[in-house]
Design a protein around this ligand. Structure first.
Ligand code: SF4
Length: 96
């Protein structure tokens, strides 16, 4: 079976073939905000076969809101900050 097609435009507006996305069942959960809803959304993501792709997609798009790939917007922002710092250190080390 092929891997299918993923077209991410938001957890509630994703078309995937042949596998359905878990977040389509309750899209509001991913945008409600608050620790309880975010935790529940992240738990749904944990069982999603697209999590790695979804997370990578969201990490490249800072303007996205809600839970994507199991991470909240704040978690993704912190990840980008850490990654930026890691790259700066690596660049400095490479230049030395
Ligand atoms: S990882 Fe989460 S937000 Fe992304 S497609 Fe899967 S269920 Fe939806």
């Amino acid at each position: 079976m092929g891997r299918g097609v993923i077209a991410l435009t938001g957890p509630g507006f994703v078309r995937v073939e042949p596998l359905p996305l878990p977040c389509r069942v309750a899209p509001d959960l991913f945008f409600t905000g608050g620790a309880a809803a975010e935790g529940e959304a992240a738990a749904v993501c944990a069982g999603c076969v697209w999590m790695a792709d979804c997370r990578a997609y969201a990490l490249e798009r800072p303007s996205l809101q809600g839970v994507w790939g199991g991470l909240t917007q704040d978690e993704r922002r912190r990840w980008r900050n850490r990654e930026g710092q890691r790259r700066r250190v690596a660049t400095k080390a490479g230049a030395a």
